[in-house]
Design a protein around this ligand. Sequence first.
Ligand code: FAD
Length: 348
Amino acid sequence: MLIQENVPLAPLTSFRIGGPARFLIEARAAGEVAEAVAFARSRVLPLFVLGGGSNLVIADAGWPGLVLKIGISGVVRRPGSQEGKILFEVGAGEDWDTFVAHTVEAGCAGVECLSGIPGSVGGTPVQNVGAYGQEVSETIDSVEVFDLRDGQIRELCAEACEFSYRSSIFNTSERGRFVILRVTYALEPGSAAHIEYTDLKRQFEGRSPTLSETRDAVRQIRARKGMLIIDGDPDCRSAGSFFKNPVLSTEQHEDLFGRALSKGLTVPSYPALEQAHKVSAAWLVEHSGFTRGYRLGKVAISSKHALAIVNLGGARAEEVLALKDRIQREVEQTWAVRLETEPVFVGQ
Ligand SMILES: Cc1cc2nc3c(=O)[nH]c(=O)nc-3n(C[C@H](O)[C@H](O)[C@H](O)COP(=O)(O)OP(=O)(O)OC[C@H]3O[C@@H](n4cnc5c(N)ncnc54)[C@H](O)[C@@H]3O)c2cc1C
């Protein structure tokens, strides 16, 4: 097991921001995870588990302890217990989008709308990644974890993960307890692509696209929004959406619509948002005095999507925090809604 010292973390993230790790170990198997954890304990080092680095804001000072990068690979396919489904048991270190491409090629439906999301397979259960009408919670069968409490390997069923919008036990009640080793997805062979999202429906004008057409369309839409990592495109030097769509109480929801009306505005509403009293965070940002491309030092709001903060080159984490604070303050003052952040802040 290679133990590296003072490793720059910025190149290991999509944001390209942050200082070094005191130590870094890449674990390629469960046994190496256990060894790395023992190393951190023996030196009383704080531990941070790193996947693909696509949802992180790493502090300028870096991480004072051990960064454990998960490099567990492998995709195993087996018949599922549920009628007709196929289980894909995938190493946490596999690249998510490469896995999605594999499922689409295999003709198995369930994750095609999640094409183009960067990061690792192990990162997907953490915030229950979702896009274009799908969430991984709909297909995750189980998650194999290393329990840092007692060093045991456990299999958590989907219910035990308590998935909801951008949330699971991994980023709430049991945050920091588990290292995800493998994720098993139950997919449906021969099933139709899942087309719920307005942009996708429009693209196919009522016809039923193949999984492969759906994947291509999702990637094209993402590219237009700067939500697909393309080398050299400064709009994707980000951590994806920086704010979650707020979920409001009935009272807050009515208050927001009232405030909009008094300004002669209409809050956009879609069936999926309406059901949960969820409102578009992007709309709130764009109606609080910010425009796409709004700049503060070396960071800016993406020119393609109001929800992404981008690194214009050589930005510092403190500049990201300053812009985040400014957006949260203005949105709260204008709409009485507090935007919650989506990325994970490391070492801040
Ligand atoms: C351009 C762009 C577009 C994006 N679009 C979307 C989108 O449409 N929908 C969406 O939901 N997200 C989106 N994201 C956010 C991000 O891609 C996902 O959250 C992704 O699943 C994060 O995975 P990761 O492996 O990169 O995790 P990291 O960023 O490395 O880590 C994120 C968190 O997960 C934890 N973690 C990672 N791996 C493990 C593991 N094996 N065991 C335990 N904990 C672990 C880390 O400790 C950290 O707390 C986007 C990001 C970018 C940059």
